[in-house]
Design a protein around this ligand. Structure first.
Ligand SMILES: NC(=O)c1ccc[n+]([C@@H]2O[C@H](COP(=O)([O-])OP(=O)(O)OC[C@H]3O[C@@H](n4cnc5c(N)ncnc54)[C@H](O)[C@@H]3O)[C@@H](O)[C@H]2O)c1
Length: 249
């Protein structure tokens, strides 16, 4: 029986661990060939091997999304190895938390450079072939913090709110070309990024989550694979909060 993503070539940035790793695996389970990209090739090679064990093609790629030249170069490398990217998942992201009064310009710039400019660079480069093909899926991983804000995360919140604006604008530009563009805003998902939070912070967070648990990477990955699938053909320009009910608009 054919699978929903058969014939698709997906690129997942920041796929070495956490949410990106699980997104890459889920897309492969649903039939896609998957390029797994991160700043260090060594870290994504095991992920590519896992994908190949599922009978799918994969490519482990060294890619810093904050470097436009590397992004442009990667499009050529992927094209030769697996073909044109039809599903782009902008997942790579970082935090540099600090109260505004103590935040250094470097903390601000680094977070904006990776979370926002990296999303812009990849979207610009990989949407070109999607427009030509008159089909494609772009899925940006933002955060509930981009919607509700958070003390100590002005840089991160600004970067993720900007991704929401970018998502809606690109969706308007590319809709007539058959390309859908959506963002998934995760709540608190159990990964290395949230392990840094102390136990008391985690306990108080739980009180703000109606479903009463932190999320798992699979909670996000399943929504990504739905948005990439033919079933989601009429959804574009949306910011979907996947957060156990933390944000209700
Ligand atoms: N974990 C959460 O609770 C949570 C909540 C909301 C949003 N998010 C978002 O989900 C995404 C994944 O987060 P995670 O929790 O899995 O984090 P993580 O730190 O475990 O993984 C982040 C990944 O991004 C990669 N990365 C960082 N900078 C990069 C760069 N310049 N180029 C390429 N890759 C780079 C890292 O190597 C890693 O693979 C991020 O965009 C994050 O902001 C996470």
């Amino acid at each position: 029986m054919s699978q929903p993503l058969e014939g698709q070539v997906a690129l997942v940035t920041g796929a070495s661990r956490g949410i990106g790793h699980e997104i890459a695996m889920e897309l492969a389970r649903q039939g896609a060939d998957v390029v797994v990209a991160a700043r260090s090739k060594d870290r994504v090679e095991p992920v590519a091997q896992e994908i190949e064990k599922l009978g799918r093609k994969s490519l482990a790629l060294e890619l810093d999304v904050a470097n436009l030249e590397q992004v442009q170069e990667s499009a050529k490398v992927i094209g030769e190895a697996l073909g044109k990217v039809t599903v782009l998942v902008n997942n790579a992201g970082v935090t540099r938390d600090q109260l505004l009064a103590r935040m250094k310009a470097d903390d601000w710039n680094q977070v904006l450079q990776i979370n926002l400019n990296g999303t812009f660079y990849c979207t610009k480069v990989f949407s070109r072939d999607m427009m030509r093909a008159r089909s494609g899926r772009i899925i940006n991983i933002s955060s509930v913090i981009g919607t509700i804000g958070n003390a100590g995360q002005t840089n991160y919140a600004a970067s993720k709110a900007a991704v929401h604006g970018l998502t809606r604008s690109v969706a308007k530009e590319l809709g007539s070309r058959g390309v859908t563009v959506n963002a998934i805003a995760p709540g608190y998902i159990q990964t290395a990024m949230t392990q840094e939070l102390g136990e008391d912070v985690q306990a108080s967070l739980l009180k703000s989550i109606p479903l009463g648990r932190l999320g798992e990477p699979g909670d996000i990955a399943k929504v990504v694979s739905f948005l990439a699938s033919p079933s989601a053909a009429y959804i574009t320009g949306q910011v979907i909060h996947v957060d156990g009910g933390m944000v209700m608009a």
